[in-house]
Design a protein around this ligand. Structure first.
Ligand SMILES: C[S@@+](CC[C@H](N)C(=O)[O-])C[C@H]1O[C@@H](n2cnc3c(N)ncnc32)[C@H](O)[C@@H]1O
Length: 273
C-alpha cells in the first residue's frame, strides 16, 4: 500500500486510530512551544471587536479554543473539519470549557466551504495545508470567504526539515523522509505559499520561521514518532524490523537524556486585496 496521510484520509480510520489523533492534537496544543507559536501569530491578527474568525481543518478545536480564551477576544469563531468524529470531540471540549456560542463547529470540506463570499475577518489554516488533497483549491476558498482587507493566516511545518538523530545517519535520513511521506500529503507546501498566495489575490504581509527542537528529552517528537511510525509501517516504506529498532532507539535516547529531534515551522499572514 502507498502512503496515505491519516489526516487527509481521516474518514477511513477506525475508532482507535481516531482516539490517538484526538489525544495527539490536544497534547500538541498544550505543549508550551506550540502554544507560543500560535500566540506569536494570534497577537498579530489585529482582530476587530466582534471579529468573525474561521478555522479550516480545525480538528478537535484546540487552536480556536486558544483564540477564544485570549484576553479581550469578543468575536465569534467557527471551525470546519471533514471529520464528524473530530467535530463531535471539538463540541465536547468547547462545552467543557464553557465557551458557549463564542466557538461553533461544523463538518465541511476545506475545498468547498459552505459560506458566502467575504463572510469572515480572519481565516486560519493551522497545520491543515500540508494534509489537503489540493492546496491551491483550499487557498482559493480561504481567499473567497475572507473579506477584502481581511487576513488569511497559514501555519505549518516544512517537513523536509523533520529530523531525528540516529546512529546510522543514512538510515536516519531515510526514516525522516518516510515519516514525512507517510504523514503529510504535501510535505514541502510551505515553500510554495508566496507564489500560491499571490495567485489567489492574497498579498503577503508577514512571514517568519521557527525551529522546534527537543534536546535531551522529547514530548512532541515522541508522540509524533509513536503516532506516525505505524503509518510508515502500513505503507511498507521501510522494513518493519528496522522501524522497531529506530523507535526503540528513540525511546531509549529519551530515557538516557540524549534525544535530539527538530523541524522548522513557518507562519504566513496575508491580506485579501
Ligand atoms: C493536523 S490536523 C490539525 C487540526 C487543528 N488545526 C489543530 O491544529 O489542532 C489536520 C486536520 O485537517 C483536517 N482536514 C484535512 N483535509 C481536510 C479537508 N479537505 N477539509 C476539512 N478538513 C480537513 C483533518 O480532518 C484534521 O482534523
Amino acid at each position: 500500500m502507498s502512503a496515505r496521510d491519516p489526516h487527509r484520509f481521516i474518514n477511513e480510520l477506525d475508532e482507535e486510530a481516531l482516539a490517538r489523533l484526538v489525544a495527539r492534537l490536544e497534547s500538541r496544543a498544550r505543549d508550551a512551544v506550540f502554544a507560543r507559536l500560535f500566540e506569536k501569530y494570534a497577537a498579530r491578527l489585529a482582530l476587530p471587536a466582534h471579529a468573525r474568525v474561521l478555522e479550516v481543518g480545525c480538528g478537535t478545536g484546540a487552536t480556536l479554543r486558544m483564540l477564544a480564551r485570549r484576553p479581550g477576544f469578543s468575536g465569534q469563531a467557527c471551525g470546519v473539519d471533514q471529520s464528524r468524529h473530530f467535530i463531535a470531540a471539538a463540541n465536547g471540549f468547547a462545552q467543557a470549557e464553557n465557551l458557549g456560542a463564542r466557538v461553533v463547529f461544523q463538518v465541511g470540506d476545506a475545498h468547498a466551504l459552505d459560506f458566502a463570499e467575504a463572510s469572515f475577518d480572519v481565516v486560519i489554516a493551522h497545520t491543515l495545508i500540508s494534509h489537503v488533497t489540493d492546496p491551491a483549491g483550499v487557498l482559493r476558498e480561504m481567499a473567497r470567504v475572507v473579506r477584502p482587507g481581511g487576513t488569511v493566516a497559514i501555519f505549518d511545518g516544512d517537513y523536509s526539515s523533520l529530523t531525528y538523530a540516529y546512529p546510522d545517519p543514512a538510515f536516519g535520513r531515510r526514516m525522516d523522509e518516510a515519516l514525512a511521506t507517510a504523514t503529510f500529503n504535501n510535505p514541502l507546501i510551505m515553500r510554495d505559499l508566496p507564489r500560491l498566495l499571490r495567485a489567489h489575490g492574497l498579498a503577503l504581509a508577514e512571514a517568519w520561521g521557527d525551529a522546534v527542537a527537543e534536546i535531551g528529552g522529547g514530548s512532541y517528537f515522541k508522540s509524533f514518532a509513536e503516532t506516525y511510525v505505524p503509518y510508515v509501517r502500513r505503507a511498507h516504506l521501510l522494513p518493519a524490523a528496522a522501524l522497531d529498532q529506530w523507535l526503540d532507539y528513540q525511546l531509549r535516547a529519551m530515557d538516557e537524556g540524549v534525544f535530539f529531534a527538530a523541524c522548522n515551522y513557518y507562519t504566513y499572514l496575508a491580506r485579501r486585496a
